[in-house]
Design a protein around this ligand. Structure first.
Ligand code: GTP
Length: 597
């Protein structure tokens, strides 16, 4: 295809504003997929995504479109994830295309992720076509939302297309706007090959599949290619495009988006952002790279049943094959035995991986408190990264500790503003900005990441009844008065419950944790002290009193079935417990104890 007849674009939107539905509709209207093959939300491949309605892996589809001027166009859509954890995936996909559809739900208006994603599109120099979706709903208010797009984002929305991805209204207009308002890609056919490695994933049959955008030159099957960053050389055994099913093609030329396979075994061997060229007569200089994805949240994953450790290893290795941003290493905990310390892009990423292990591999897990990476500066001037509070060096050797900070943007209806400000203040936030967009306030806070990784989303959702939207980016490291807080159950330290906290908040946190644990740990035949301590100093204490009677004694009247049920329940409960010294601690205690209400 000649460049003038190609359009490459992505769709940016806040979660639930209808990105996937719109993509499906574009595909359907252009008969890219036979009607009988059309499934809802075609682009969301994985089950878990479908269930949660979250698009995780960036996906791609090539659409043939005959425009009103009678000419044939190739439209390449790269689907991008909408959630904050995957912001880096959004950014790299954006660099592979020239334009974006900005989809805003016309019953809701601009949200935090609309802003975050549209700024990435602007950064990538995109031309942007605003689309107001869900016009079939009575609450739709296009005038107001168009005005809001102009006020808050600062782009012209007078020509915004009014669409119902549900009924199909406005879809033709959207396709026409893509052709008319988005630019054709640039590139030179005769130049040495330069292809951008946009994404890669593991396929059980084909090995690693590499998504590429050709900038210059031509890529053909059978050629030998070189990854410019890693220097590795491969023989291309397949090239093709997604419609959205894979379809082989003879070549990919400038401006085109497609895939290659080259008997690559691991996703780790393909660096996203790398430039692919020919082994011989290749390009001299690579494309400007983008920032690699780095895990920012760490936690321990341990099998509830220690006999399942090898199964867990197997599951983790398989998942890591397909997810280069998920890292892991073996960890031993005095309390929990053998497990893995894993690194994630954010909390949602953590949740997705944990769910998949539990569901697809059927392994019950204990998840330890999520932690961020601290920079520990020793008295000798050396800095070490701390990924696990359990590895904290001797405090007498520490000069100071720095923690990661974020810039958080929250959009919230006015009536909940007070609660949001209080929440941010409680989490050691520093307010940077407060503005209004219609009846909604936009607050920007500088917050410590460690105060956000745990239950911030949950709290934000609950204080705003689900009406707030949230997005963040890492800004850097700053020194603060941080200490490691240990928890002792029956005088034994439980390493999996150790956390890093701010010194000023340690007492409050310690007290809350001890109170929670007192409720979560079942009573035993003896008295159990539960303590929080910093260094050797106890800062909070609760005592779980001893159990006096047999549990079944409650069942007066000798109802045998009820008694049996109760015992069965106890037995099932036992399985989900871990023994620490003489004390059984239930699995959920490790997460619940850390939640702050
Ligand atoms: P993520 O994949 O989570 O980023 O969400 P998304 O932006 O892709 O949203 P999705 O397409 O999953 O749509 C969210 C919900 O809105 C779904 O329940 C859709 O059925 C519904 N929806 C999408 N477009 C329309 C529309 O035009 N009208 C109405 N009434 N509902 C719509």
């Amino acid at each position: 295809t000649d460049l003038a007849h190609i359009r490459n674009f992505s769709i940016v939107a806040h979660i639930d504003h209808g990105k996937s539905t719109l993509a499906d509709r574009l595909i359907q209207t252009t008969d890219t997929v036979a009607a009988r093959d059309m499934k809802e939300q075609l682009l969301d491949a994985m089950d878990i995504e479908r269930e949660r309605g979250i698009t995780i892996k960036a996906n791609t589809v090539r659409i043939d479109y005959t425009a009103e001027n009678g000419e044939q166009y190739v439209l390449n859509l790269i689907d991008t994830p909408g959630h904050v954890d995957f912001a880096y995936e959004v950014s790299r996909s954006m660099r592979a295309v020239e334009g974006s559809l900005l989809v805003v739900d016309s019953t809701q208006g601009v949200e935090a992720q609309t802003l975050a994603n549209v700024y990435q599109a602007i950064d990538a120099d995109h031309d942007i076509v605003p689309v107001l979706n869900k016009i079939d709903l009575p609450a739709s208010d296009c005038e107001r939302v168009a005005e809001q797009i102009e006020d808050v984002i600062g782009i012209d929305a007078s020509g915004a297309i009014r669409v119902s991805a549900k009924t199909g209204e406005g879809i033709r207009e959207t396709l026409e706007a893509i052709v008319k308002h988005l630019p054709a890609p640039k590139g030179t056919r005769d130049a040495p090959l330069k292809a951008m490695l946009v994404d890669s994933w593991y396929d059980a049959y084909l090995g690693v599949i590499v998504l590429v955008r050709i900038m210059d030159g031509v890529l053909k099957k059978g050629e030998r290619i070189k990854m410019m960053q890693t220097g590795s050389v491969h023989h291309v055994d397949r090239i093709g495009v997604f419609r959205p099913a894979m379809q082989a093609v003879d070549e990919l030329g400038p401006g085109e988006i497609g895939f290659l396979t080259a008997s690559i075994k691991q996703v780790r061997d393909t660096k996203v952002g790398d430039t692919i060229t020919h082994e011989k007569k290749g390009a001299e200089t690579p494309l400007p790279g983008f920032k690699p994805s780095v895990p920012v949240v760490f936690c321990g994953l341990f099998p509830v049943d220690s006999a399942e450790f090898e199964d867990l290893r197997d599951a983790i290795e398989k998942l890591a094959l397909n997810d280069a941003s998920f890292s892991y290493e073996m960890e031993t905990s005095a309390a929990l035995g053998f497990g893995f310390r894993c690194g994630f892009l954010g909390l949602l990423h953590l949740e997705v991986i944990r769910d998949r292990i539990e569901r697809e591999y059927d392994i019950d897990l204990i998840t330890t408190a999520p932690s961020v990476i601290y920079h520990i500066y020793g008295r000798d001037g050396e800095m070490v990264e701390l990924h696990n509070p359990a590895d904290m060096p001797d405090p007498s050797k520490i000069d100071h500790i720095e923690e990661p900070r974020i810039k958080a943007t929250i959009l919230v209806p006015d009536e909940f503003l007070g609660d949001v400000l209080k929440l941010c203040q409680d989490r050691r936030g520093i307010q940077l900005d407060l503005t209004y967009a219609g009846a909604r306030a936009m607050v920007v806070y500088d917050l410590p990441l460690n105060e956000v990784v745990f239950d911030f989303y949950d709290r934000l959702k609950s204080v705003t009844k689900g009406y707030a939207s949230f997005d963040y980016q890492l800004t850097g490291y700053r020194e603060d008065n941080l200490v490691k807080m240990q928890v002792l159950v029956n005088d034994e330290p439980v390493d999996a419950l150790s956390t890093m906290v701010h010194r000023d908040r340690a007492e409050m946190r310690g007290r809350a944790m001890c109170e929670k644990l007192k409720d979560l740990i079942p009573r035993h035949m003896f008295k159990i002290p539960i303590q929080a301590a910093i260094g050797g100093k106890v800062i909070a204490r609760e005592t779980l009193s001893a159990l006096r009677k047999d549990v079944t004694a409650k069942c007066y009247g000798g109802d045998a079935t009820r008694k049996r049920k109760l015992l069965d329940k106890q037995k099932a409960g036992k399985k989900k417990m871990r023994q620490f010294g003489k004390v059984d601690i239930p699995q959920e205690a490790f997460i619940s104890a850390l939640k702050m209400d």
